[in-house]
Design a protein around this ligand. Structure first.
Ligand code: FMN
Length: 206
Protein backbone atom coordinates (compact mmCIF):
# COMPACT_ATOMS: atom_id res chain seq x y z
CA UNK A 1 0.00 0.00 0.00
CA UNK A 2 1.24 3.43 -0.90
CA UNK A 3 0.60 6.89 0.50
CA UNK A 4 1.21 10.07 -1.47
CA UNK A 5 2.47 12.97 0.68
CA UNK A 6 2.11 16.32 -1.08
CA UNK A 7 4.35 19.18 -0.01
CA UNK A 8 2.81 22.53 -0.98
CA UNK A 9 5.62 24.62 0.51
CA UNK A 10 7.78 26.69 -1.84
CA UNK A 11 10.71 25.12 0.01
CA UNK A 12 11.69 21.63 -1.01
CA UNK A 13 13.70 21.11 2.18
CA UNK A 14 11.89 23.31 4.67
CA UNK A 15 9.73 22.54 7.69
CA UNK A 16 6.86 20.90 5.81
CA UNK A 17 9.35 18.65 4.00
CA UNK A 18 10.86 17.66 7.32
CA UNK A 19 7.44 16.85 8.81
CA UNK A 20 6.51 14.77 5.76
CA UNK A 21 9.83 12.90 5.84
CA UNK A 22 9.20 12.04 9.49
CA UNK A 23 5.71 10.80 8.58
CA UNK A 24 7.11 8.73 5.69
CA UNK A 25 9.59 7.09 8.08
CA UNK A 26 6.83 6.40 10.61
CA UNK A 27 4.59 4.88 7.95
CA UNK A 28 7.52 2.78 6.68
CA UNK A 29 7.79 1.35 10.19
CA UNK A 30 4.19 0.17 9.77
CA UNK A 31 4.96 -1.37 6.37
CA UNK A 32 3.47 1.47 4.31
CA UNK A 33 5.41 3.03 1.42
CA UNK A 34 5.23 6.83 0.99
CA UNK A 35 6.10 8.99 -2.00
CA UNK A 36 6.66 12.69 -1.31
CA UNK A 37 5.64 14.99 -4.17
CA UNK A 38 6.81 18.58 -3.94
CA UNK A 39 4.43 20.77 -5.94
CA UNK A 40 4.86 24.20 -4.35
CA UNK A 41 8.12 25.28 -6.00
CA UNK A 42 8.31 28.47 -8.07
CA UNK A 43 5.30 30.39 -9.35
CA UNK A 44 2.27 28.10 -9.14
CA UNK A 45 -0.58 28.72 -11.55
CA UNK A 46 -3.90 29.02 -9.73
CA UNK A 47 -7.25 27.67 -10.88
CA UNK A 48 -8.97 30.01 -13.34
CA UNK A 49 -12.33 28.19 -13.15
CA UNK A 50 -12.23 27.60 -16.93
CA UNK A 51 -13.66 24.07 -16.46
CA UNK A 52 -11.17 22.82 -19.02
CA UNK A 53 -10.51 19.83 -16.77
CA UNK A 54 -14.18 18.91 -17.20
CA UNK A 55 -14.41 19.51 -20.92
CA UNK A 56 -11.16 19.22 -22.84
CA UNK A 57 -8.40 17.15 -21.33
CA UNK A 58 -9.86 13.93 -19.92
CA UNK A 59 -10.05 15.33 -16.44
CA UNK A 60 -6.68 17.10 -16.62
CA UNK A 61 -5.95 20.79 -16.12
CA UNK A 62 -5.23 22.88 -19.23
CA UNK A 63 -2.03 24.05 -17.48
CA UNK A 64 -0.04 20.87 -18.04
CA UNK A 65 2.48 21.04 -15.21
CA UNK A 66 3.39 19.02 -12.14
CA UNK A 67 -0.15 19.39 -10.73
CA UNK A 68 -1.40 17.07 -13.48
CA UNK A 69 1.37 14.62 -12.57
CA UNK A 70 0.34 14.83 -8.90
CA UNK A 71 -3.27 14.16 -9.95
CA UNK A 72 -2.24 10.85 -11.55
CA UNK A 73 -0.16 9.91 -8.51
CA UNK A 74 -3.01 10.74 -6.17
CA UNK A 75 -5.52 8.63 -8.08
CA UNK A 76 -3.11 5.69 -7.95
CA UNK A 77 -2.31 6.09 -4.23
CA UNK A 78 -4.09 4.31 -1.38
CA UNK A 79 -3.84 7.29 0.96
CA UNK A 80 -2.92 10.97 1.06
CA UNK A 81 -1.10 13.41 3.31
CA UNK A 82 -1.70 17.02 2.33
CA UNK A 83 1.01 19.32 3.73
CA UNK A 84 1.42 23.09 3.57
CA UNK A 85 2.99 25.85 5.64
CA UNK A 86 0.86 28.50 7.31
CA UNK A 87 1.21 31.95 5.73
CA UNK A 88 -0.75 34.82 7.27
CA UNK A 89 -3.04 32.47 9.16
CA UNK A 90 -3.98 30.36 6.13
CA UNK A 91 -2.67 28.01 3.46
CA UNK A 92 0.48 29.45 1.81
CA UNK A 93 -0.51 30.95 -1.54
CA UNK A 94 1.35 28.57 -3.85
CA UNK A 95 -0.02 25.55 -2.02
CA UNK A 96 -3.56 26.96 -2.18
CA UNK A 97 -3.21 27.50 -5.95
CA UNK A 98 -1.92 23.96 -6.41
CA UNK A 99 -4.56 22.31 -4.23
CA UNK A 100 -7.44 24.27 -5.82
CA UNK A 101 -6.45 22.87 -9.21
CA UNK A 102 -5.75 19.36 -7.94
CA UNK A 103 -9.11 19.00 -6.25
CA UNK A 104 -11.15 20.86 -8.90
CA UNK A 105 -9.95 18.15 -11.31
CA UNK A 106 -11.84 15.71 -9.11
CA UNK A 107 -9.09 13.79 -7.36
CA UNK A 108 -10.40 10.34 -6.40
CA UNK A 109 -10.13 9.98 -2.64
CA UNK A 110 -13.31 8.03 -2.00
CA UNK A 111 -12.74 5.68 0.90
CA UNK A 112 -9.01 6.49 1.08
CA UNK A 113 -7.41 7.49 4.39
CA UNK A 114 -6.11 11.05 4.35
CA UNK A 115 -4.66 13.64 6.68
CA UNK A 116 -3.81 17.32 6.46
CA UNK A 117 -0.79 18.76 8.25
CA UNK A 118 0.53 22.29 8.51
CA UNK A 119 3.63 23.96 9.89
CA UNK A 120 3.51 27.36 11.56
CA UNK A 121 6.17 29.32 13.37
CA UNK A 122 3.72 30.47 16.04
CA UNK A 123 -0.01 30.87 15.33
CA UNK A 124 -2.73 30.57 12.70
CA UNK A 125 -2.06 26.88 12.12
CA UNK A 126 -5.52 25.72 13.20
CA UNK A 127 -7.22 27.82 10.51
CA UNK A 128 -4.85 26.37 7.90
CA UNK A 129 -5.51 22.85 9.16
CA UNK A 130 -9.28 23.33 8.85
CA UNK A 131 -8.87 24.83 5.36
CA UNK A 132 -6.77 21.86 4.27
CA UNK A 133 -9.34 19.44 5.66
CA UNK A 134 -11.98 21.08 3.45
CA UNK A 135 -10.30 19.59 0.36
CA UNK A 136 -10.35 16.14 1.94
CA UNK A 137 -13.85 16.00 3.39
CA UNK A 138 -15.62 16.86 0.12
CA UNK A 139 -13.51 14.33 -1.80
CA UNK A 140 -14.73 11.27 0.06
CA UNK A 141 -11.55 10.80 2.08
CA UNK A 142 -11.57 9.00 5.42
CA UNK A 143 -9.81 11.37 7.81
CA UNK A 144 -7.09 9.72 9.87
CA UNK A 145 -7.56 10.83 13.48
CA UNK A 146 -4.96 12.01 15.96
CA UNK A 147 -4.81 13.36 19.49
CA UNK A 148 -4.89 17.05 18.50
CA UNK A 149 -5.11 19.19 15.37
CA UNK A 150 -2.19 18.46 13.04
CA UNK A 151 -0.16 21.63 13.49
CA UNK A 152 3.57 21.43 14.15
CA UNK A 153 5.54 24.48 15.16
CA UNK A 154 8.89 25.83 13.99
CA UNK A 155 10.67 27.96 11.45
CA UNK A 156 12.89 25.24 10.02
CA UNK A 157 13.05 21.50 9.58
CA UNK A 158 15.35 21.25 12.57
CA UNK A 159 13.11 23.39 14.82
CA UNK A 160 9.92 21.47 14.14
CA UNK A 161 11.51 18.22 15.28
CA UNK A 162 12.00 19.90 18.67
CA UNK A 163 8.22 20.44 18.97
CA UNK A 164 7.85 17.20 20.91
CA UNK A 165 4.07 17.36 21.13
CA UNK A 166 3.78 18.19 17.43
CA UNK A 167 5.98 15.22 16.56
CA UNK A 168 3.84 12.95 18.70
CA UNK A 169 0.69 14.23 16.97
CA UNK A 170 2.23 13.41 13.57
CA UNK A 171 3.22 9.94 14.80
CA UNK A 172 -0.37 9.32 15.97
CA UNK A 173 -1.74 10.40 12.58
CA UNK A 174 0.58 7.95 10.84
CA UNK A 175 -0.38 5.11 13.17
CA UNK A 176 -4.09 5.72 12.63
CA UNK A 177 -3.55 6.07 8.88
CA UNK A 178 -1.73 2.71 8.75
CA UNK A 179 -4.53 1.16 10.81
CA UNK A 180 -7.19 2.58 8.46
CA UNK A 181 -5.27 1.44 5.38
CA UNK A 182 -5.11 -2.12 6.70
CA UNK A 183 -8.79 -2.18 7.69
CA UNK A 184 -9.96 -0.71 4.39
CA UNK A 185 -7.73 -3.07 2.41
CA UNK A 186 -9.03 -6.09 4.32
CA UNK A 187 -12.68 -5.09 3.94
CA UNK A 188 -12.79 -3.56 0.45
CA UNK A 189 -14.39 -6.60 -1.26
CA UNK A 190 -16.84 -7.45 1.51
CA UNK A 191 -17.85 -3.89 2.51
CA UNK A 192 -17.75 -1.61 -0.56
CA UNK A 193 -17.54 2.14 -0.08
CA UNK A 194 -20.86 3.90 -0.90
CA UNK A 195 -21.17 5.36 -4.39
CA UNK A 196 -21.64 8.93 -3.08
CA UNK A 197 -23.11 10.44 -6.25
CA UNK A 198 -22.80 14.20 -6.78
CA UNK A 199 -25.95 14.51 -8.86
CA UNK A 200 -27.92 17.14 -6.91
CA UNK A 201 -26.08 20.30 -7.87
CA UNK A 202 -27.83 23.61 -7.32
CA UNK A 203 -26.70 27.18 -6.88
CA UNK A 204 -29.27 28.41 -4.34
CA UNK A 205 -31.25 30.13 -7.08
CA UNK A 206 -34.91 30.57 -6.08
C1 FMN B 1 4.95 34.99 3.94
C2 FMN B 1 5.00 34.20 5.22
C3 FMN B 1 3.93 34.25 6.08
C4 FMN B 1 3.95 33.53 7.28
N1 FMN B 1 2.86 33.59 8.11
C5 FMN B 1 2.88 32.90 9.26
C6 FMN B 1 1.74 32.92 10.13
O1 FMN B 1 0.70 33.51 9.87
N2 FMN B 1 1.83 32.25 11.31
C7 FMN B 1 2.95 31.56 11.66
O2 FMN B 1 2.96 30.97 12.73
N3 FMN B 1 4.03 31.48 10.84
C8 FMN B 1 4.02 32.12 9.65
N4 FMN B 1 5.08 32.04 8.80
C9 FMN B 1 6.19 31.14 9.15
C10 FMN B 1 6.09 29.77 8.46
O3 FMN B 1 4.85 29.17 8.68
C11 FMN B 1 7.20 28.86 8.97
O4 FMN B 1 8.45 29.44 8.69
C12 FMN B 1 7.16 27.46 8.40
O5 FMN B 1 8.10 26.67 9.10
C13 FMN B 1 7.49 27.43 6.91
O6 FMN B 1 7.39 26.11 6.43
P1 FMN B 1 8.21 25.63 5.13
O7 FMN B 1 9.67 25.69 5.50
O8 FMN B 1 7.75 24.25 4.85
O9 FMN B 1 7.88 26.56 4.01
C14 FMN B 1 5.09 32.75 7.60
C15 FMN B 1 6.17 32.69 6.72
C16 FMN B 1 6.13 33.40 5.54
C17 FMN B 1 7.31 33.32 4.58
Amino acid sequence: MKVLAINGSPKENGSTASALRFMAETLAGAGIETEIAHIGKGPVQGCTGCNGCDETRDGKCIYNDNINAAFDKLNAADGLILGAPTYYGGIAGGAKSAFDRLFYMGADLKGKPAAAITVARRSGGEDTFHQLNSYLTLSGAVIAPSTYWNVIHGNSGEEIMRDTEGVRILRCVCESMAWLLNIIHAAKNSVPFPEMKRDAWMNFIR
